[in-house]
Design a protein around this ligand. Structure first.
Ligand SMILES: [Zn+2]
Length: 222
């Protein structure tokens, strides 16, 4: 089986119809879905299938499994999918913001070891292995990130032609002079807005995790 993932073709899709492929207890498989399941640090979506709430979403191979308490539909049924769009849009904006902050900070502090990143609906975070405090660099990083956001750069996402299932993210820096150094493509299978302007403005905050670990927290300020 393989669930068609409509959010890769259109990350703004809020509703769709799908056919139920299999139901096993709380687990539901569909021929296609608009719901993103946790991966690459991006949190899962919320939403409903035929007005029944999705309590969890999980990736399994090429499938996305939808968890519903007592599904009231069966194999072969046509169902209506409705996405919690407000939550997803925040995730999309914060995810692209996190990539821009990463590119900007790399210019300022150099190649430092990235430990991980996470995108939640209220904030995103990037963790580094770093002995010194990252705090003093954050005002500059915040200013530069908001400058790139204000530039209204197109955000490109696409599937790798040679390696199916591998996706990329990139800022369209051709549109803006002075942004050339932030045009590197990054591997990413998340969902994103089409333009940096949609992000609004962001704020950065430092959190010291101890043991030479530094965290940068990103929140939307608009
Ligand atoms: Zn990403």
């Amino acid at each position: 089986m393989s669930t068609a993932k409509l959010f890769y073709e259109d990350s703004y899709l809020k509703e769709a119809e799908a056919i139920v492929v299999k139901v096993d207890g709380e687990k539901v498989w569909l021929d296609k879905t608009i719901f993103f399941a946790f991966s690459g640090g991006q949190a899962s979506d919320n939403g409903t299938i035929n007005a029944q709430f999705i309590k969890d979403l999980q990736k399994e191979g090429n499938d996305i499994i939808h968890f519903i308490e007592k599904p009231e539909f069966k194999k072969g049924d046509k169902v209506l999918l409705v996405l919690d769009w407000g939550r997803r849009y925040n995730l999309m904006r914060l995810h692209s913001a996190a990539h821009i902050v990463y590119l900007v900070l790399r210019k300022i502090i150099g190649e430092k070891k990235l430990i991980g990143s996470n995108i939640h609906t209220d904030k995103a975070r990037i963790d580094y292995n770093l002995e010194d405090s990252i705090g003093e660099h954050l005002p500059e990083a915040e200013r530069k990130t908001n400058e790139l956001i204000d530039a209204g750069l197109a955000i490109k996402t696409w599937e790798d032609q040679e390696k199916k299932g591998k996706f990329w993210w990139q800022l369209d820096i051709d549109e803006k002079e002075g942004s050339q150094e932030f045009g590197e493509k990054l591997p990413c299978g998340g969902t994103h807005p089409k333009n940096t302007k949609e992000i609004g403005h962001i704020r950065l905050k430092r959190k010291n995790l101890g043991a030479g670990k530094e965290r940068v927290e990103i929140t939307l300020s608009l």
